[in-house]
Design a protein around this ligand. Sequence first.
Ligand SMILES: Nc1ncnc2c1ncn2[C@@H]1O[C@H](COP(=O)(O)OP(=O)(O)OP(=O)(O)O)[C@@H](O)[C@H]1O
Ligand SMILES: [Mg+2]
Length: 414
Amino acid sequence: MPKQKIVAGIDVGTTKVCTIVATQDSSGGLQVLGVGITPSRGLHKGMVVNVNEAKESIRESVQRAQQSSGTRIYSAYVGVTGRHIVSQNSKGVIAIPRNDRLVRPDDLRRVLDSARNVVIPSDRRILHAIPRQYALDGQVGVQNPVGMHGFRLDVETHIITAAVSSIQNLVKCIRGVGLEIDDLVLEALASGEAVLSPDEKEMGVILADIGGGTTDISVFKEGSIYHTSVLPVAGYQVTSDVALGLGLPFDIAESMKRKYADVTPHPAEEQDQAINIDNGHNISHAELCNIVRARMEETMRLILLEMPTSDYTQLAPAGLVLTGGSSSVPGLQELASETLRVPVRIGLPEGVYGITDVLSSPAYATGVGLVEWGTKGDGRQAGWSKTSPKDWNDANAAPWKKVLGLFKALVAKK
Ligand SMILES: Nc1ncnc2c1ncn2[C@@H]1O[C@H](COP(=O)(O)OP(=O)(O)OP(=O)(O)O)[C@@H](O)[C@H]1O
Ligand SMILES: [Mg+2]
């Protein structure tokens, strides 16, 4: 019997670390074997700010996933987010030099390399260079030109860059718990994998994963990624507003928000209810909802400001899909569609089976998306350039490595 391929995904979120272990069955279905969820420490707005604390949260989450799945995790697909992420679209072009003018896989690599040739500061690197579509001799919309004939091959790519130091800190935490990294994946892309339908991606859709520390935004069009950005505003700011507005400690504000907040627009004018909190005080339910509603309304507007064009109905006729833990607040779908005047739905992670009851919340879209990414990876669009985690290893150490190399060469000569 062939050995089953085990895939693990680790979503190192600002509020929780979620490790998922899955395996692909013979018909291509993805079965979840185990899940490990722990509160996260040492993270701020999606980025590692304390390596030791973050490492311990990751270790705990991985151990739980190993226990619940009865498997050992050696490597994982890891989510990346943070305000340091920047994206741009870039074009590349090459000539097909041979007599037969047949496009070969090597030509895809060459054309993608030419698109990757963008100027980026030395403290940043390319995280993803994603081919959106190819054109052969001016014929646009070619998905996979390998095996076709032509003189000139063009590619349109979406390039995502990240700050080297932020990624290095995350890589250090994952390696610190004894795991290798299969791939670093932008969280917005992973969430898109889990909650969007192929039709939505083809028509044009905006996805916003509103988590604890960041709102990860992506726009998909013509079947692939078109725009990505990360807003440093999410559930944490909502809870801070509640804490400040109602004079509550942060953790009580957090539990009041989760239990009682409702952002349905224009709530019925009925008598306000007092909610009794643990310390013997009461808060106004209407006031709590108003505070949360105001911040969520603002977040919806900020999402639109991140769009690459003001004509977002043309850009994304399929509307807006909201996911991430903060999209669980009741009434958000109505509030968003009223504020933005586009179709809105809440996206739950789909495409997996097994122990999915624990994962049936928008908070797990990224985690589920990471394992889906891991299993679909090899069949992904032609020419896809995979991140090499090694690329993030040596940026700071490079000058020392050069000195060490010279020293070794000298010793070898003697
Ligand atoms: N019912 C609810 N109402 C309002 N907010 C909620 C509800 N349930 C969860 N949240 C919020 O969801 C947020 C956590 O979401 P999620 O688990 O997606 O974040 P994360 O992945 O850890 O963080 P990030 O992706 O930003 O790094 C918290 O701020 C929490 O308060
Ligand atoms: Mg998240």
